[in-house]
Design a protein around this ligand. Sequence first.
Ligand code: 5GP
Length: 218
Amino acid sequence: MSDERNRRGKLIVVSGFSGAGKGSLMKELLKNYPGQYALSVSVTTRAPRETEIDGISYHFKTQEEFDRLVEEGYFIEYAGYTGNCYGTPRPFVEENLDAGRNVILEIERAGAMIVREKYPDVKMIFITTENAEILEKRLRDRKTETEEKILKRLRTAVTECDYVKEYHAVIVNDVLEESVICLHNTIMEEENGRPSEEDLKRIDRIREELKIRLGIQD
Ligand code: 5GP
C-alpha cells in the first residue's frame, strides 16, 4: 500500500454557540469539498426537529437506549447539554480515520475536552457570530426552540465563552461562503495555532453582551 493510503485522517472538533450556524457551515463544507470530510452523526436523546431525519441529522434514541450504549463503551465521548444527552459513536470515527478521511465532530465543549484527552492531535475550532445580538437573532429566527430553551442555550453560551481559549482557532461566521473557505483552510493548516487576541476579546465582549441581555449579574 502507498503512504497515501496508509495515512490516517485528521480528527477535527467543531464547537460553537447554539445559533452560530455550525449546521449550515458543516453542510456547505461537505458540499464544497466532496470526499474530503466525513461528518460524524451523533446519538442524542433530544427530540427531532421538524426538518431532521433519523440517521442523518442524529441517531435519535431514548434515555434507556442511550444509557445502554454508554455501558457498552460505544461512545468516544458523551455529554449533557441543556437537558439532553449527546454522544459520538466510536466505530464511525475510527473506521473513517483508518480509511484516511478527515472526520469532523460537531460537538459541545465538555465533549471536546474529552476528545482532546483521547486524541491529542485533534484540531479544535470554535464558531461564533460577530456579536450576541446576531447570535440571539439567528437562534430565534430558526424557530426550532421554545422561549425557555432559547434562554437555556444563551445561558449555556455564557459558560462556553470560558472555554474558547482552549481551542486552536476561532471562526466568525458572518458570510457563510467566506466562513467555509476559512474553516477548510484552518483545518488544512499543519500546525495547531491558538485564537488571536482579537478573537478572544470578541468572545469576552459576547459574554458581557449576553449577560446584559439575560440579566445575569456576577
Ligand atoms: P443541537 O441540539 O443544537 O443539535 O445540539 C446542541 C449541542 O450539542 C451543540 O453544541 C452540538 O455541537 C452538541 N453536540 C451534538 N452532538 C454531540 C455529541 O455527540 N457530543 C457532544 N458532546 N456534543 C454534541
